[in-house]
Design a protein around this ligand. Structure first.
Ligand code: HEC
Length: 158
């Protein structure tokens, strides 16, 4: 009987020890929580899922595509000229990336691996066209609209 009691005490003691250890683990868990929080915050800093196609903005973008000289070097679906064909560009690149390429092509070509690769292929550096961030958004909307139209067409063909 005595033995049993001392076993119970021992077990109790072990449980206590374990729960102390549990405290420490909790701490590290809350550290994990912190990191998780940071990751979530970083996620939130990223732009949200792109807004739906805005036709008015896309139309403005189409105009800018011509007036800002993009059209001199890029077609959309008519093949490569001085620069890459921009058909499908909103599918193959992140929208942020496209924005950076439009706003700071000279920096991208120095620092960004994809832009460096494009330069190696096209052997021309895209010049900075003095596009404002708002104008870049309109151009991106236009490119997105083109890509969604192209997708619909190919779906109709099937
Ligand atoms: C003088 C020619 C020229 C003009 C003008 C020009 N680009 Fe470019 N563009 C290029 C070249 C060359 C590349 C690829 C090499 C590089 O990144 O510099 C490129 C790359 C791009 C890319 C990346 C394409 C891909 O396949 O990932 C985008 C997007 C782009 N240009 C958009 C624009 C827009 C929008 C404008 C107008 C505001 C514009 N470009 C004006 C020559 C030009």
């Amino acid at each position: 009987m005595k033995r049993k009691i001392s076993t119970i005490i021992l077990v109790g003691f072990i449980v206590m020890l374990l729960s102390c250890k549990g405290d420490k683990e909790e701490k590290s868990e809350s550290e994990v929580g912190e990191t998780k929080k940071e990751v979530i915050q970083a996620e939130q800093l990223k732009p949200q899922a792109p807004p739906p196609i805005n036709e008015v903005l896309a139309e403005k973008g189409e105009e800018l595509f011509k007036t800002k000289g993009c059209i001199a070097c890029h077609t959309i679906g008519k093949g490569r000229i001085t620069g890459p064909d921009l058909a499908g560009v909103t599918k193959r690149r992140k929208l942020d990336w496209i924005e950076n390429q439009i706003l700071h092509p000279e920096v991208m070509v120095e620092k960004d691996p994809i832009a460096k690769e494009l330069l190696a292929t096209y052997l021309v550096k895209m010049p900075n066209q003095n596009v404002t961030p708002e104008e870049a958004q309109a151009i991106i909307m236009y490119l997105r609209e083109k890509d969604s139209e192209a997708k619909e067409e190919s779906e109709h063909k099937e």
